[in-house]
Design a protein around this ligand. Structure first.
Ligand SMILES: NC(=O)C1=CN([C@@H]2O[C@H](COP(=O)(O)OP(=O)(O)OC[C@H]3O[C@@H](n4cnc5c(N)ncnc54)[C@H](O)[C@@H]3O)[C@@H](O)[C@H]2O)C=CC1
Ligand SMILES: O=C(O)[C@H]1O[C@H](OP(=O)(O)OP(=O)(O)OC[C@H]2O[C@@H](n3ccc(=O)[nH]c3=O)[C@H](O)[C@@H]2O)[C@H](O)[C@@H](O)[C@@H]1O
Length: 480
């Protein structure tokens, strides 16, 4: 049992009567002592599955619903459709305790639950706006099936005003006791989602009534975090503004990284010095090839699209997005500069996911870098500890890191996987045809790499730091 679950072990109450619910899509959830709230989590992706599992672990009775029969079949047979650190362990525990089950049957799930938590995706629409079709499809089903007046918690990231609009619509179509909509944004990070669920910096809840506040308090009673109650529109904007701020920090440091390249400063030294000021903070100042993933890119676009809708310009966000969009080209320019041409050059891409400790390739920077390299005629070989299937067929995947590196003209690091820290530089040097390493994530210590350059004759190129040339390594500029 992982150490971060320990505080909750004492709260587990085994119950043997709630068994075998995975077999059927139709079932009734029972309420007995030890199960606090009957919850239906709708949408079992990264957010929904983690939320459902963690709530079940906290003692609630959870049914997870998804429109994907494939996902539900995997979950019902004890498998996982996605990887998250610690999730399998926790899920097995909650299944054994009979606190969680999976279904595609919205009707039974809605009718047997007091609280419905919507975690469906809100992907990019054609104009950059959030596509709310999946969300509204859920809302329509809730209106159709709902017998009592449960609480509808929207955890998906939604444009400002969506929760108000949904509640108004539900009140117009419903003759039954009204459903109250709560907006409860999620701040978890992929790869650390289970940890983040139990240790959030804050829980935000946009509510209208005291009853809604009580539901939130009851749901998260095991979590020692401040619950920040506010109105729903502010709650919706808190989520977008938080992601936008973090993305802005990344683009800011990347802009400074480019400036460091012109001036001879070292961006890691600059970021460390900036981060010592508590008002700035150390986090999200890692320069590199920019942010990817399923949320920052789409949420920034959605926020810009909201700006257009409300006729309000958001210039800082426009710059954040455009700086980020240039990062892959900047990396490929370094590669072109180092090799002269990419035509028929074998390039080893190390790391493909949008960040380490996830299997997620959504908006991964590796996709843009791969496409640019292919346009220049490169022969791409890749290694990623998690990726077994890559959307760009021309990229040859290798199970072994050194196989990917073999006879390469350059290594390009795109994800700072822990495994890469163990690179045997002597072996790398023997395998490479041209000894060029481009570290798109600045994952290696610049001073250590001087030694590597000296001993293994590797030219080390990173982002916002001086190039270390093979054998004739430069001295680090004095940061003082
Ligand atoms: N992935 C992340 O780290 C975070 C995501 N969010 C937000 O949470 C929401 C969900 O994100 P993810 O979990 O990443 O999405 P996801 O794409 O991994 O999962 C969404 C799930 O909803 C299901 N679904 C779609 N339509 C449905 C319907 N009508 N009925 C039932 N199920 C349906 C899909 O089959 C899928 O399993 C998004 O709004 C996202 O912006 C917020 C914080 C973190
Ligand atoms: O709304 C969401 O989905 C989530 O988005 C991010 O979480 P996540 O996308 O999982 O990943 P992060 O760790 O934030 O990294 C995002 C991207 O930024 C990059 N990054 C991060 C930090 C940094 O200093 N530099 C940098 O380039 C990462 O490599 C990655 O590509 C936020 O951190 C979560 O709080 C939020 O809930």
């Amino acid at each position: 049992m992982g150490s971060y679950f320990r505080p909750f072990i004492g709260k587990l109450r085994a119950n043997s009567t709630f068994q075998s619910i995975q077999r059927k899509t139709v079932f009734r959830i029972m309420w007995w002592e030890g199960f606090n709230v009957k919850v239906a989590v709708i949408g079992t992706g990264y957010v929904g599955l983690v939320t459902g599992t963690c709530l079940a672990y906290s003692g609630h009775s959870v049914v997870c619903v998804d429109s994907s029969a494939e996902k539900i079949a995997i979950l019902s047979s004890g498998g996982l459709p996605l990887w998250e650190q610690g999730l399998d362990e926790l899920l097995n525990e909650t299944i054994k305790l009979g606190r969680i089950c999976f279904t595609t049957d919205m009707k039974s799930a809605v009718q047997s639950s007091d609280v419905l938590i919507v975690c469906v995706g809100t992907p990019w629409g054609p104009g950059g706006e959030a596509d709310l079709d999946p969300l509204w499809s859920v809302v329509r089903q809730v209106a159709l099936y709902c017998k009592q007046g449960p609480f509808l918690i929207i955890k998906s990231t939604v444009p400002v005003g969506t929760s108000d609009e949904i509640e108004q619509w539900l009140h117009t179509v419903q003759t039954k006791p009204s459903i109250e909509v709560i907006h409860n944004p999620e701040f978890l990070r992929q790869g650390a989602a289970v940890y983040d669920f139990f240790h959030p910096d804050r829980i935000v809840a946009g509510c209208r009534t005291i009853q809604a506040r009580s539901v939130i308090t009851e749901l998260y009673k095991d979590i020692a975090a401040h619950v920040y109650f506010c109105d729903r529109r502010s709650s919706e904007l808190i989520k977008y503004a938080s992601n936008a701020f973090l993305a802005m920090k990344i683009s800011f440091i990347n802009m400074m990284a480019d400036f460091s390249e012109h001036t001879g400063a070292r961006i890691d030294v600059v970021a460390a010095g900036m981060g010592m000021d508590r008002r700035i903070g150390k986090s999200f100042l890692q320069a590199g090839i920019g942010y990817g993933g399923s949320c920052f890119p789409k949420d920034l676009q959605a926020l810009l699209s909201m700006g257009h809708k409300w006729n309000c310009s958001l210039p800082l966000l426009e710059s954040t997005v455009s700086i980020n969009a240039q990062r892959p080209q900047h990396l490929v320019d370094k590669l072109l500069h180092a090799l002269g041409t990419l035509k028929a050059k074998r390039i080893a891409l190390l790391g493909l996911t949008f960040k380490p400790m996830t299997d997620d390739l959504r908006e991964a920077t590796s996709l843009a870098v791969s496409r640019l390299c292919l346009q220049h005629g490169a022969d791409l070989h890749a290694y990623d500890p998690f990726v077994r299937d890559y959307p760009i067929a021309e990229v040859v995947l290798h199970r072994d890191m050194y196989e990917a590196i073999d006879s390469a003209d350059a290594i390009v690091i795109l994800t700072e996987w822990e495994q890469l820290h163990d690179l045997d530089w002597q072996l790398v040097s023997q395998k490479l045809r041209t000894r060029v390493v481009i570290d798109g994530r600045n994952m290696f210590d610049w001073d250590d790499m001087q030694h590597v350059a000296d001993t293994c004759h590797i030219t080390y190129i990173s982002m916002g730091r001086p190039v270390i040339y093979a054998s004739t390594a430069m001295k680090s500029p004095d940061p003082v």
